[in-house]
Design a protein around this ligand. Structure first.
Ligand SMILES: [Zn+2]
Length: 294
């Protein structure tokens, strides 16, 4: 979701749920693409008479996403779970997957979202991580770790912290900022182990619960960054919802297969074309515009 577009009454609704995002100081980059936890969507009651489709707002899209993940927190060096290797596998297999192609209908002032992304592995920072309430702190971490950001403006740096969500109403978000004048896209993720509010309930046994949860929200944020990387915005609907928001917490098939044959339980992404053609699966409002490329 785009915080900056949120109407006052809706912001009040959101803060009544204990969400910290509205308090973001204006000096912070805008917190975009917030993935609300299950049951926390402040826009759940939409106007059924309005087209649910997203419209174009004049900005750039990401033709590709040159990705490097950052694992931030004191617990990562001794982490023996499948999360770090699993996230590496996720971003590697995302490129050229049918899932990646669910966003390729979107165009911007700089071209069209493409199916190809790249992944150059992860970095580890064992210093104490912060939570997601302050975008500047996450941007500072990106700038600290990424000493030579991608000069195309298509660098995407997801930050995986070891901070539990607590009572924050969201699971993750994406935003944009600059490191030494270079535009970077970045995202924040809580640790989602044992967090039922941010859990896709993957019962495949292929991944730990914590990894499966991170993969689902990673798909959401990356798809939003590609179709609406911000400043100025590209694709979102009349309520500020981006393609991931519009299909959050709805799953079409048990598992989606990536280009490296690794399978994940992932929410779909909104497609205007699928909605118009009646070929998508329904979101939580029953609107048939979600695609997962299965
Ligand atoms: Zn979102």
């Amino acid at each position: 979701m785009k915080r900056t577009l949120c109407a006052v009454s809706l912001c009040i609704t959101a803060s009544a749920f204990g969400q910290t995002a509205p308090a973001t100081p204006s000096t912070d980059p805008p917190m975009l693409g917030i993935q609300w936890a299950r049951g926390f969507d402040p826009f759940a009651r939409g106007d059924a008479r309005r087209s649910p489709n997203m419209t174009y707002h004049g900005g750039k899209i990401m033709p590709t996403a040159n990705t490097k993940a950052i694992f931030w927190g004191t617990s990562w060096p001794s982490d023996t779970s499948d999360k770090m290797s699993g996230i590496d596998s996720f971003y590697t297999g995302f490129s050229n997957s049918n899932y990646a192609k669910t966003s390729d209908e979107y165009t911007g002032s700089n071209g069209q979202v493409g199916a190809l992304t790249s992944y150059t592995g992860h970095l580890l920072d064992s210093s104490q991580a912060t939570g997601g309430g302050n975008t500047s702190a996450i941007l500072a971490e990106v700038c600290k770790m990424i000493t030579s950001p991608d000069t195309s403006g298509n660098g995407y740096y997801p930050v995986y912290t070891d901070v539990p969500r607590g009572n924050a109403g969201y699971c993750a978000w994406h935003s944009a900022g600059t490191c030494n004048g270079q535009l970077v896209q970045f995202a924040f993720f809580f640790k989602l182990d044992g967090d039922s509010g941010c859990d896709p309930q993957d019962t495949s046994g292929l991944h730990s619960q914590g990894l499966a949860a991170l993969a689902n929200v990673s798909a959401h944020e990356l798809s939003e960054a590609r179709s609406d990387p911000a400043n100025p915005g590209a694709w979102y609907d009349s309520q500020g919802q981006e393609n991931g928001d519009k299909c959050a917490w709805t799953f079409n098939v048990p598992l989606v297969t990536f280009s490296n044959s690794v399978q994940w339980k992932l929410q779909g992404e909104w497609s205007n074309a699928a909605y118009n053609n009646g070929t998508g699966y329904p979101n939580s409002k029953g609107q048939k515009g979600c695609l997962d490329g299965h």
